[in-house]
Ligand binder design. Structure first.
Ligand SMILES: [Zn+2]
Length: 116
């Protein structure tokens, strides 16, 4: 698999994950409308509210990863390899696949982590 294919495959997987989460969120919202979610004292309502919060948080994370990955794919398409903002080295696509929001190469990330 080429670097681009790797990133595109990851992007497709994230988009699918986002769709699944949205469907899940829809079901939770529908369930909360059926139960007496207005009643604060309804334990079911509290559980659903919590579940909604969790799903929304995960969804937000997936969307951020997807945006970062899209940016990386677009940069590559423009012929700008994603380079480390610290040392200018090309960031390993495998690193971008795992952490699309990465702006530094693995070596710099390690040395930063060590100094903390
Ligand atoms: Zn670097």
């Amino acid at each position: 698999m080429s670097d681009e294919d790797l990133l595109t495959a990851r992007l497709t997987a994230l988009a699918a994950q986002e769709q699944r989460l949205l469907a899940q969120l829809d079901r939770v919202v529908a369930a909360s409308e059926q139960s007496n979610a207005d009643d604060e004292h309804d334990p079911e309502g509290a559980t659903i509210a919590w579940e909604r919060q969790q799903l929304a948080a995960v969804l937000d994370q997936v969307r951020r990863s997807r945006a970062a990955l899209e940016e990386a794919v677009a940069a590559r398409a423009r012929g700008e390899a994603t380079t480390c903002e610290r040392c200018g080295a090309t960031i390993d696509p495998r690193r971008l696949e795992a952490r699309p929001e990465a702006r530094t190469c693995i070596d710099c990330a390690r040395s930063v982590a060590r100094r903390r």
